[in-house]
Design a protein around this ligand. Structure first.
Ligand SMILES: *Cc1c(COP(=O)(O)O)cnc(C)c1O
Length: 378
């Protein structure tokens, strides 16, 4: 059996071990230490000075964002339906209710028209949503101007889930700098990783200080352990942050590599009408975290499951697009504003191997096996 080709695997830059060794040499084996400070500064510099708290995961960052924005039990929070469960599980941790909004076709992210409709309908039903969680799926920025404007109009704060979009840009500005609070993830499959980790970002330093406080068990200022509110153990460790420091040095290179993989697939399939790629609308710069394709069974003779199973036989990992949250069993009671887009994307879409560490021979192997599966020749 040939070696497995993964969808997206960790890709170290080279300096990570040195920063980890530094932590060992100075005995900062803890959720405090110089790597954490450095990593936060590196992210801040990359994101034009935004304030940063490094946390144990992106999901933890979303959870703290909801707490800090004052979401309470029984409140409603709007969230993109087409996403990974980490975006909306924290709404349930709060005892709040997710309200899902479907996607538009141009970026596959939250449809601003439907968002407006959802807000007006929730208000009519007597409950104004407490926050909006907008996701930049697969690294493609959402229609931020429209969404921000709607949030402002109804005075609902925006949480920007940029977990998949580190390095992406909207109108020349980094994704992850648009929300009242924004979130990154450094899970093992993301464009850069700390093995597991996340970040809470905001232009509002009070929010970020609050996130650091809550993420370290909400300890009041006293010589003993004094607590006047519930805290969490959500801080990033100084070891993980060492990996993060090394990864920040290669982030832009990783964006270039991921974009070049996308381009590779797009060019190879340019003459084939049964495979469709997501274009970048003007002003949207995707990090192309994962290359995604929509498969047309009528034109290709195979559907996305035929392709997934077919490639799996050759030890090549692919994955269907995210299954929308509004059709997940666990969220079946949640209100949803839908237009059929995300369900169609889920039914037809596949994520192709997109790791920045794919070799030329990996790519050849993928192309050979892929084209062998199609019932048409290219
Ligand atoms: C990965 C991811 C998260 C959660 O991040 P973790 O660090 O894995 O907790 C949230 N939202 C989206 C869209 C993600 O892809």
């Amino acid at each position: 059996m040939s070696e497995r080709i993964y969808l997206s695997s960790p890709h170290m830059g080279g300096m990570e071990l040195e920063y980890i060794n530094e932590a060992f040499d100075t005995n900062w084996i803890s959720p405090v230490g110089p790597n954490i400070d450095h990593f936060e500064q590196d992210i801040s510099k990359y994101m034009s000075g935004i304030h940063v708290a490094a946390l144990s995961s992106g999901t933890a960052a979303i959870h703290l964002a909801l707490i800090i924005l004052g979401v309470e039990r029984g409140d409603e929070v709007i969230c993109s339906s087409f996403t990974f469960a980490g975006s909306c599980n924290p709404i349930a941790y709060m005892g709040a209710v997710p309200v899902f909004v479907d996607s538009e076709r141009e970026t596959w992210n939250m449809d601003p028209e439907l968002l407006k409709e959802a807000i007006e309908d929730r208000i009519k039903k007597g409950k104004k949503p407490k926050a909006i969680i907008v996701v930049h799926l697969y690294g493609m920025p959402a229609k931020l101007d429209e969404i921000i404007q709607i949030g402002k109009k109804y005075e609902i704060p925006l949480i920007e889930d940029a977990a998949e979009a580190f390095g992406a840009e909207y109108k020349g500005r980094k994704a992850g700098t648009f929300g009242d609070i924004s979130v990154l993830s450094f899970n093992g499959n993301k464009i850069i990783t700390t093995s597991g980790g996340g970040a809470f970002l905001s232009a509002n330093n009070t929010y970020v200080e609050k996130a650091k406080f809550l993420s370290t068990q909400a300890r009041d200022h006293a010589p003993h352990y004094e607590h006047s509110q519930i805290g969490y153990n959500y801080r990033m460790s100084n070891i993980s942050a060492g990996i993060g420091r090394g990864q920040m040095e290669v982030l832009d290179e990783r964006v270039r590599q991921r974009r070049s993989i996308f381009k590779f697939y797009e060019e190879k399939f340019s003459g084939l009408s049964g495979i469709e790629f997501l274009r970048e609308p003007a002003g949207h710069f995707s990090n192309r975290w994962l290359t995604t394709a929509l498969v047309d069974k009528h034109l290709l003779g195979v559907d996305r499951e035929d392709i997934r199973i077919g490639l799996e036989k050759y030890n090549i990992e692919t994955r269907p697009l995210w299954k929308p949250m509004h059709i997940q069993p666990v969220f079946k009671e949640a209100p949803a504003y839908t237009n059929g887009t995300s369900e169609e994307l889920f039914n037809r879409g596949i994520c192709l191997p997109s790791g920045s560490n794919l070799t030329t021979s990996d790519k050849e192997r993928i192309m050979n096996k892929l084209t062998g599966l199609f019932k048409v020749t290219i």
